[in-house]
Ligand binder design. Structure first.
Ligand code: ADP
Ligand code: MG
Length: 366
């Protein structure tokens, strides 16, 4: 039994039990939704990060781990079209991490991202454990009835994705090949480089990479960006709020497992299918730049690679003209259309057409 089959069983078990009429949506979406007051609903989501499974300790600076722990839950709140309000975070740490600077750096990264979106850390728990384990909870709000579900796409809706795809999966491959974030040469801090707690910038050092006198080579800069896509994802909070508040999205999910898997989740919940146009997928520029020469297929990374934390959403044809071009400097791309047959996701590229199977990440897939 894989992760999704288990969740489906839990969902069936909960659906037959007594439940409050205040619950709008439970298991099966990016976050649960419930009525708070006549004009306001709350959404709540939790995400677990486990050392060795969800991140590699030796490749993940604590500050970036703190950032990512909050980012993944903010992404789920954004996927509901909601505005984040408050958070809780529980951490299990081995003695070695407790007695080092780990916890301070972790919370420096966590709180910096919380400040960026006006989110208040309101609670959590601390325990000793064998491995680092982080449970990240975020609560957000929407006007009553405005939460954007996975289950409400309509035939003929156009499908869009924010930002770019494939970068985070390429970043993970680079980490597995030995690439690491490291202290930069003084002049090499790029615009995307996160600040450290002490205000210095972090950059990327790859074993064997040769930096020129003027700073990073273009390959180094591309590698740096890809590692940051994996280690410090930027949740699309602004887009989520606009798509929810303006009633632009008919359905939405965030891309955490990979486009192919997450589009299948959306289609299954909406009892519809989709047709994707491969030529329209917003492939990450750095993936294009590096992968062509390294026998990695950028299209496969964009389709099946996880953790880009972009938003995948549908818009009815009559509302396309109301979509903003960009929010917080992030673009969107049209990538396909919702179709009638349930659960059939097709993809076409240069005259060829085939079934797009869900090949994204899942736990216990064995
Ligand atoms: P996401 O990637 O958006 O965080 P997941 O794939 O982790 O979503 O989970 C899918 C759905 O299953 C969500 O609604 C989530 O809340 C629910 N879910 C996952 N694990 C559990 C669990 N242990 N108990 C109850 N619900 C769960
Ligand atoms: Mg999600």
């Amino acid at each position: 039994m894989n992760e999704f089959e288990f969740i489906q069983r839990l969902r069936e078990q909960t659906s037959t039990r007594q439940s409050s009429t205040r619950i709008v949506s439970g298991i099966g979406d990016d976050a649960a939704v419930f009525h708070q007051s006549p004009d306001r609903d709350l959404v709540i989501s939790t995400d677990l990060l486990v050392e060795g499974i969800d991140f590699h300790r030796d490749a993940t600076p604590p500050q970036l781990l703190g950032h990512k722990a909050l980012a993944v839950s903010l992404s789920d709140i954004a996927a509901m079209g909601a505005r984040p309000l408050l958070s809780l975070v529980s951490i299990g740490l081995p003695k070695s991490a407790w007695s080092s600077n780990f916890k301070n750096e972790f919370f420096a990264g966590y709180l910096a991202l919380a400040d960026q979106f006006g989110v208040t850390l309101t609670g959590g728990d601390v325990s000793e454990s064998q491995l680092i384990v982080i449970d990240s909870i975020v609560v957000g709000e929407v006007r009553a009835g405005r939460a954007v579900l996975r289950s409400t796409a309509q035939p003929g809706d156009q499908i869009f994705a924010t930002g770019s795809l494939g970068g985070a999966a390429a970043g993970l491959k680079l980490i597995e090949l030995g690439a690491r974030v490291s202290e930069p040469p003084a002049s090499a801090g790029g615009q995307n480089s996160p600040q450290q707690a002490d205000g210095r910038r972090q950059d990327i050092l790859v074993p064997g990479a040769v930096a020129s006198d003027t700073g990073l080579t273009s390959d180094d800069a591309a590698i740096q960006s890809l590692l940051l896509r994996q280690l410090a994802p930027q949740p699309r909070v602004g887009w989520g709020i606009v798509l929810g508040e303006e009633r632009l999205a008919t359905s939405m999910i965030d891309i955490s497992d990979g486009l192919s898997s997450d589009l299948h989740h959306l289609c299954t919940e909406s009892k519809l299918g989709a047709m994707i146009d491969a030529g329209k997928l917003p492939l990450d520029e750095n993936v294009r730049h590096l992968c062509g020469r390294r026998a990695l297929d950028p299209l496969a990374l964009a389709l099946h690679g996880g953790e880009d934390f972009e938003l995948l959403f549908t818009v009815s044809p009559g509302n396309i003209s109301r979509l903003p071009k960009r929010v917080d400097s992030v673009n969107i791309s049209y990538i396909g259309e919702i179709t009638e047959p349930t659960d059939v996701v097709r993809i076409r590229e240069k005259g060829h057409e085939w079934d797009l199977t869900a090949e994204g990440f899942q736990h216990f897939n064995r």
